[in-house]
Design a protein around this ligand. Structure first.
Ligand code: XMP
Length: 534
């Protein structure tokens, strides 16, 4: 894994685990440490991530973990001042699992030896085979032969510590997995938390089972915990939350409302770039179903007038972002005295904002959210979803009683239809786009495909083409249908619709939408394309 030492959010601090056993993840800065937490939550185990600097002997005594995981990290144990956990971890009498850097630091501290990379550095897929005694940690592995794992290491373990035995090997890592069963110490060179180690979840399940966790940590418990944390952070201060109509900001708002009631005010800025019926749906749900105080800022004219004549994608994004902040600020002042701003930031947003190289990353698109606000307005942030992944946020939404139709919604970008209307935006084009998009989504729902697709939408192209309808010539807009599958929006594949589906949808759009006479299907993956057209 590409790894970084950039500051990362800790999870769970100040949290009360409400009588649950706790697992401690000591973070050495791997880019994928949060995935370990995620795998553990899937195994219904309560865990907290803490940076290694903070894990002192006193901290350990107070935390009283039932098990410890040492994460990967970018350092080399051979460097001076390399990060280490306190020796006391190995005297707690609880199971310890070391991953990648965690394995190396464990071997070095317990009497083994680590050497610099040389010829045995491995990056990417590798296959491991079991030794004669693969042991409890790898139970359920190797039923169909060697197992794929994800390796990412320069240094390697050259000699294992006394008491350890080899459980599995790969061509480049003779100590791919090792264990000291008597002390319940385990260490793997690969990353079991990533998707590319297909049986990784099983490994974590084995680890928590042998540590004696009951596996009773649920989204319901997470919700209670998050509510307690919000209350502790906010006290009796006022909070404002920008609602976009998307799942993330909605779940954040509902959770915060549960925590602090009407200390929360939501602001929904309708920039005139919403989809068909979207504004009504969002406002209706918040005001009527949840009874959450909501300011509906109807500012279509402001945005659309400012966007007149603007066709450059970045200029559009910047104009929308700037106006959004202006409108939001105006209403926030009216809402009176808020000192906190709530945001639906997810963990992938946090990862994306950290550059892989350690230097500034290239701006592909200026993403618009309300991130520019706190500094300007002097607001503190409340980000209760900061440690979750999208599907976990959806699960939390269900837990909070959000209707399925809402929880399962495809993501919708802050700049809205502006970036699905390449070239200059006009009210006429937006009206055409809205109708086509509604038909396309209706088709997808009718065919039962909505939940298989990460995101689907129509882009209205800035070209007119010649057609023939009835006996007449037409000269109307062309549009492109877009539908992608994705895990996190970072990479994506186009969805393989059947020809029948595409044909039927094209016919409906051309027949039902005046202004479009040609429909195309976008079959670009990401990369090299992006999901949105601008
Ligand atoms: P791209 O087009 O970069 O999009 O492949 C990846 C995901 O991000 C969404 N997106 C945005 N979301 N503000 C947002 O809140 C934005 O400015 C923005 N731009 C793109 C996009 O819809 C997709 O899900």
């Amino acid at each position: 894994m590409t790894e970084t030492t950039a500051p990362r959010p800790e999870t769970g601090h100040n949290a009360r685990s409400a009588g649950h056993d706790r697992l401690l993840i000591v973070d050495f800065g791997s880019q994928v440490t949060q995935l370990i937490a995620r795998r553990l939550r899937e195994a219904r185990v309560y865990c907290e991530i803490h940076p290694f600097q903070k894990v002192t002997p006193a901290f350990l005594r107070a935390f009283a973990p039932r098990a410890v995981i040492l994460s990967g990290g970018p350092a080399s144990v051979l460097d001076e001042g390399a990060p280490r956990p306190p020796e006391e971890i190995f005297a707690l009498g609880v199971p310890v699992l070391g991953i990648c850097y965690g394995q190396q630091v464990m071997m070095q501290m317990l009497g083994g030896r680590v050497e610099r990379g040389g010829g045995t550095a491995e990056f990417g897929r590798a296959y491991i085979t079991p030794s004669e005694r693969p042991g409890t940690l790898l139970e359920g592995w190797f039923a169909d032969g060697p197992e794929q794992v994800w390796m990412s290491h320069g240094d390697h373990v050259a000699a294992i510590a006394p008491g350890f035995e080899v459980c599995a090997t790969s061509p480049g890592a003779p100590f791919a997995a090792v264990a000291d069963p008597a002390r319940r110490f385990f260490a793997v060179q690969f990353h079991p938390e990533v998707h590319h180690t297909p049986r990784g979840a099983q490994l974590y399940a084995n680890f928590v089972r042998l540590a004696g966790f009951a596996g009773d940590w649920t989204m319901g418990a997470y919700r209670e915990e998050a509510i307690a944390r919000i209350r502790a952070q906010v006290g009796d201060a006022r909070v404002i939350c920008g609602l976009s109509g998307g799942v993330d900001s909605s779940v954040a708002a509902i959770l915060i409302h549960e925590a602090i009631g009407d200390q929360l005010t939501c602001v929904f800025v309708d920039h005139g770039l919403m989809r068909q019926d979207e504004a009504e749906e969002v406002v209706g749900m918040f005001r009527d179903t949840y009874n959450i105080p909501l300011i509906h800022a109807e500012e279509a004219d402001l945005f659309l007038d400012a966007l007149q004549g603007v066709s450059d994608p970045e200029a559009k994004r910047k104009t929308i972002g700037r106006l959004f902040i202006e409108v939001f600020e105006k209403h926030a002042r009216e809402a009176g005295g808020a000192t906190f701003l709530a945001q639906g930031t997810l963990y992938p947003d946090v990862i994306e904002s950290v550059s892989f190289s350690g230097g500034p990353s290239v701006t592909i698109k200026s993403h618009h959210n309300v991130g520019g606000l706190p500094e300007k307005m002097g607001l503190k942030l409340v980000e209760p979803l900061r440690e979750l992944f999208k599907d976990e946020v959806r699960a939390l939404g269900r837990e909070l009683g959000l209707p399925e139709r809402f929880v399962g919604r495809h993501p919708f970008p802050g700049p809205g239809l502006a970036i699905r209307c390449p070239g200059e935006i006009t009210r006429e084009k937006l009206a055409i786009l809205r109708r086509a998009d509604a038909i396309y989504i209706d088709q997808i729902r009718r065919h039962g495909l909505y939940d298989e697709i990460w995101q689907a939408f129509v882009a209205l192209l800035p070209v007119r083409t010649v057609g023939v309808m009835g006996d007449g010539r037409t000269y109307d807009y062309a549009c492109a249908l877009r539908a992608v599958t994705s895990v996190d929006g970072m990479t994506a594949d186009y969805y393989p619709f059947s020809h029948e589906f595409l044909g039927e949808t094209a016919t409906r759009i051309i027949n039902e939408v005046r202004g479009i006479n040609r429909v195309t299907y976008d079959i670009t993956s990401k990369p090299p394309g992006t999901i949105e057209w601008e």
